[in-house]
Design a protein around this ligand. Structure first.
Ligand code: FE
Length: 349
């Protein structure tokens, strides 16, 4: 070794020693987290991760579409390590855009059921669900009897002419449901069903899920679709208007006699070019831990994906148990392509 090279090696060793002498949090990684989740309770989740691992989290929060837009413009140079999104349609879209890399992790595979992992072709999954929500039917107790509408298919029945309200078919929550219908019924039957639902509209689609619940409560709509956490949020509300609305409506778990109620997810994966891959995997494993599962689920009135994770959300628990559709979440995401064609053809706008 030349003197020059020896000196360079010594400098490198000294620098490494100096680095390892720093406290873990300062010397260690910062995890760049791009998240479409925006719940106050997530704060505690992130600080708990930092406490356990010494890895700090630099969080970029925005709506799902805005985040995906930002990632597309940052391209391969994005500093993002982990991306968290809501709904299988968006997770699948991010996967198709090549944003994720496969992750092989015993912890994730042991705790997250296979049908709640996205694109797993033997090298590990590209994304994982961390919480679930169901898409249920709410009805006006004065105008609709629950046994009239035990399934999504019934929303197309002639009896509901002028009574059905939904948000736009272009929204991911609707694309996922319509896509799942097409997976179960086949494209032609799903399209006939969708045409029947559109023919039953009480008004043209508008607003979000909470708006549908409120319109059912006022009687403008007889039946509507909503994700469960919007309903539970309203059930937990102290506002007089919400209490009044909740008193006027009932909820149905659709398709209990057939394939089960449509379930969707929030989830995430490790970015293809993650600068801090090891930290990113650690973070996903943390999200599957009991305490993180409880934060994720209770914070937004969702269910944990880890069956044994304890939760404490009495109002959510009061909805009771139900048969959930076990269609692989990846195929729900993929089915949006068919769903988009269907909504175009039937005018579910
Ligand atoms: Fe939502």
């Amino acid at each position: 070794m030349s003197l020059h090279r020896a000196r360079r090696a010594l400098i490198a060793v000294t620098a490494a020693a100096a680095l390892s002498a720093l406290p873990a949090a300062a010397a260690d990684t910062v995890l760049n987290l791009y998240s479409a989740r925006h719940y106050q309770t997530d704060e505690a989740l992130y600080s708990d991760f930092t406490k356990r691992t010494g890895i700090r989290i630099n969080r970029i929060e925005a709506g799902d579409e805005a985040l995906l837009e930002r990632l597309r413009s940052e391209g391969a140079n994005t500093p993002a390590d982990v991306l968290l999104l809501v709904d299988a349609t968006r997770l699948w879209r991010a996967q198709i855009d090549g944003m994720f890399q496969p992750v092989r992790s015993q912890a994730l595979e042991a705790r997250i059921p296979a049908h709640l992992r996205g694109k797993d072709d033997g090298k590990g999954a590209e994304w994982f669900a961390f919480s679930t929500r169901a898409r249920v039917i709410v009805y006006n107790k004065a105008t609709v009897k629950p046994d009239q509408v035990p399934s999504y298919e019934d929303l197309a029945a002639p009896a509901f002419k002028g009574k059905v309200c939904t948000r736009s078919g272009t929204h991911p929550y609707m694309l996922s449901l319509i896509g799942a219908m097409s997976e179960h019924l086949g494209e032609a039957k799903a399209e006939a069903w969708a045409r029947g639902v559109v023919a039953n509209f009480a008004r043209s689609p508008r607003g979000g899920d909470t708006d549908q619940i409120k319109a059912v409560a006022t009687g403008e709509c007889g039946v509507a679709l909503t994700n469960t956490y919007y309903l539970v949020r309203m059930m937990r509300s102290d506002a007089a208007a919400d209490k009044d609305a909740v008193s006027k409506i009932g909820m149905i778990w659709p398709n209990q006699q057939t394939w089960g109620t449509h379930v969707n997810v929030s989830g995430g994966g490790v970015m293809r070019n993650a600068p801090n891959r090891a930290a990113a995997v650690k973070f996903l494993e943390y999200l599957a831990s009991d305490s993180a599962q409880a934060y994720l689920a209770d914070g937004n009135n969702e269910w944990p994906v880890v069956a044994t994770a304890p939760t404490s959300n009495p109002v959510l628990a009061s909805l009771g148990k139900f048969k959930a559709d076990t269609l692989p979440i990846a195929s729900v995401g993929r089915a949006q392509v068919t769903a988009a064609k269907i909504i175009d053809r039937v005018g579910w706008r």
